[in-house]
Ligand binder design. Structure first.
Ligand code: PLP
Length: 513
C-alpha cells in the first residue's frame, strides 16, 4: 500500500473560470455577455417590441436559431453558448424597454437589479438555513424591515420573499386559514380543512384570480370565494361587505377579507380604512393584495392612495411590477410574526433544535419553499441605488404617461375611455361602427393585428363599460411601466392603435359585404 505522504497533488482539470463565484468566472462571464449583447443588438433586432409574425412563425424562427434539440457531445464553450442564446432572445423575443411595450404588469428590468441578481446567482445562497446562506439572510431581513416601514406596519411585523404575487396571496390565505382555525381551538395544519366548515373568503369581483386558485390549493374550494360588487370607481363597496357578513349563516366560517390595492386592470384601490374597520369588527383576517399598487408608496403624489395599508394582517407586494425588478420579487408581509408559526418545521438535516437554539437557523419556517433564491439582493441593490425619491420619480413618470394616454383617448372620437389612469394603466375601447358585440371582435382582432405586425404590445381585458352591473366588453389596455418613454411615444402608440382599428374595421366590413 502506498503511504499517504507519497501521493502527489492532482491539479484541477478545470479552469478557475468554471465557477461563477470565482473572480475569473464573474469577469469572464460578464465580458462574454457584454460582447454578446453588443453584437446581438447591432444585428437583426425587431423594429417593434415583439417580432413580427404569427406565434408559430416567431417560435419556429427562434427554434431554428437554437438549432437541433440535441445535447452537444462536446460543449460550444461559454462564449459561443451565450452568444447563441443572446441572439435567440434578442432577435426573436420581446423588448420591454421599447416605448410601445405596454401589455402587462411586466416592467423593463433595472440595470442595477440585473447586475445584483447575477451576483446573487453567482453566490447561490439559499435562505432556508444559516449554513446555506449566511450574509444573504441579513440582506433579506434588511429588505423586509425596509418594506415593513414603508407599509407602516408595526414592531411585530415580519415578512418573506415569495416567487410571485399569486404565491404571496396563497401564503397570506394559508396563514389566515390557520389563524381562523386556531381561534376555534383547532390546528389546521394537522386537522386540515375539516376544521373549518363552510369557509368563506370575501373579496371584490375584481380581485386577482390567484385568490380563487389559492382557495382551491388550500382545500377550501373555489366556492369559498365570495366576490362582492364594486362601485363606479371599481372599488369594493364596504356596505356590500357588511351586508354579506351580516347575512352569513352560523354554519359558515369567515376566513379572510381580501382587499385589492391596485386592481390588475384598472389600478383601483379598495377603501382600506373602511374595510379594515369592518374586518376588525368581525375579528376576520384582512389581507391586502397590493401586488401592483404597493409601488405607489414610493411616490409622494400617489402614496396617500394606500392609506389604511398599515391596518392589514397581511400584505402581498410585487417588486417585479412597480419596482422594476426581474421576476420574481414578491413579498408577503404580516403584521404579527407569530402568524408564521403555522409554517414552523424542524428538519434533522436543516435546523435541528440544538442548532437552532445555538443560532444556526435560517428562514425555513417562514416559507413553503425549502431551497430559496436570494431574490432580496437585486431589490436591496435597487433600493440603495435609487432611493425612495428615485423610485418615486419612476412611478410618477409612468403615472404621467398614463394620464397623457387618458387625455389622448378622451380627445379621439374613435376611442372610448373605459377607465382612467388611477396608477399606470388606462383601459379603453375602439368604438367601431357596428353593434357593441361586434366591437368586441373588432377590439380583439385589433390587438392581434398589432401583435402580428410587431408594431405595439398592448393589453386587453373584459370590463364593464357602462358602470356597475353593465355587461362586460372586450377592451384594450395600456400598462405603462417604462419610465423612459415619452408623451410622443404615447401619441405614437395611440396613432398606431387608431390606424390598426381603421384597417380592422374596413376588413370586417369587406368580409361582411
Ligand atoms: C399581478 C397580480 C397578482 C399576481 O402576481 P404574480 O406575481 O403575477 O403571481 C396578484 N394580484 C394582483 C392584484 C396583481 O396585479
Amino acid at each position: 500500500m502506498t503511504p499517504l505522504t507519497e501521493v502527489s497533488p492532482v491539479p484541477s482539470r478545470f479552469p478557475p473560470s468554471l465557477l461563477a463565484a470565482s473572480r475569473e468566472g464573474l469577469a469572464e462571464v460578464s465580458a462574454a455577455l457584454a460582447e454578446a449583447v453588443d453584437t446581438a443588438s447591432h444585428a437583426r433586432r425587431p423594429a417593434g417590441p415583439i417580432p413580427a409574425g404569427t406565434p408559430s412563425d416567431v417560435l419556429a424562427a427562434a427554434a431554428e436559431a437554437l438549432g437541433p434539440a440535441q445535447l452537444p457531445a462536446e460543449g460550444l464553450g461559454t462564449k459561443a453558448a451565450l452568444q447563441l442564446l443572446t441572439t435567440v432572445l434578442v432577435e426573436h423575443g420581446i423588448d420591454l424597454s421599447h416605448p410601445r411595450a405596454a401589455a402587462h404588469l411586466q416592467p423593463p428590468s433595472l440595470a442595477v437589479a440585473v447586475a445584483a441578481d447575477a451576483l446573487a446567482n453567482a453566490g447561490n445562497a439559499s435562505l432556508d438555513t444559516y449554513d446555506s446562506s449566511a450574509s444573504a439572510l441579513a440582506v433579506e431581513r434588511w429588505l423586509i424591515a425596509v418594506l415593513i416601514r414603508l407599509a407602516g406596519l408595526g414592531e411585530r411585523a415580519d415578512g418573506v420573499l415569495t416567487p410571485g404575487g399569486s404565491l404571496s396571496n396563497l401564503l397570506g390565505l394559508l396563514l389566515a386559514r390557520d389563524a381562523a382555525a386556531l381561534r376555534r381551538g383547532v390546528n389546521a395544519r394537522e386537522a386540515g380543512v375539516a376544521a373549518l366548515p363552510g369557509p368563506v373568503v370575501f373579496c371584490s369581483e375584481l380581485a386577482h384570480f390567484s385568490v380563487h386558485r389559492a382557495c382551491a390549493a388550500l382545500g377550501l374550494g373555489e366556492a369559498a370565494v365570495r366576490p362582492l360588487p364594486v362601485d363606479e370607481h371599481r372599488r369594493l363597496r364596504p356596505a356590500a361587505l357588511s351586508a354579506a357578513l351580516a347575512a352569513l349563516g352560523p354554519d359558515r366560517t369567515p376566513l379572510a377579507v381580501i382587499a385589492t390595492a391596485g386592481t390588475t386592470d384598472f389600478g383601483s384601490v379598495d377603501p382600506l380604512p373602511e374595510i379594515a374597520e369592518i374586518a376588525a369588527g368581525h375579528g376576520i383576517w384582512l389581507h391586502v393584495d397590493a401586488a401592483y399598487g404597493f409601488g405607489a408608496l414610493f411616490s409622494p403624489r400617489l402614496a396617500g392612495r394606500l392609506a389604511g395599508l398599515e391596518l392589514a394582517d397581511s400584505v402581498t407586494l410585487d417588486l417585479h411590477k412597480l419596482g422594476w425588478q426581474p421576476a420574481a420579487t414578491s413579498v408577503l408581509l404580516v403584521s404579527d410574526t407569530t402568524a408564521f408559526a403555522a409554517l414552523d418545521r424542524q428538519v434533522a438535516y436543516l435546523n435541528p433544535t440544538d442548532d437552532a437554539e445555538a443560532g444556526y437557523d435560517g428562514l425555513l419556517g417562514r416559507s413553503l419553499q425549502t431551497t430559496r433564491r436570494a431574490d432580496a439582493v437585486k431589490a436591496a441593490a435597487t433600493l440603495l441605488a435609487h432611493g425612495r425619491a428615485g423610485l418615486g420619480r419612476m412611478v410618477d413618470a409612468c403615472h404621467d404617461l398614463a394620464r397623457h394616454a387618458e387625455r389622448r383617448i378622451l380627445a379621439e372620437p374613435e376611442l372610448e375611455l373605459v377607465s382612467p389612469a388611477e396608477l399606470t394603466t388606462v383601459v379603453f375601447r375602439y368604438r367601431g361602427t357596428g353593434r357593441p358585440d361586434s366591437a368586441d371582435d373588432l377590439n380583439g382582432a385589433l390587438r392581434r393585428r398589432l401583435l402580428e405586425s410587431g408594431s405595439a404590445l398592448i393589453g386587453r381585458t373584459d370590463a364593464r363599460t357602462a358602470g356597475p352591473g353593465s355587461p362586460t366588453r372586450v377592451c384594450l389596455k395600456f400598462t405603462l411601466l417604462n419610465p423612459t418613454a415619452t408623451t410622443e411615444d404615447i401619441d405614437g402608440l395611440v396613432d398606431t392603435v387608431l390606424e390598426t382599428g381603421r384597417t380592422c374595421a374596413r376588413l370586417t366590413e369587406e368580409s361582411a359585404a
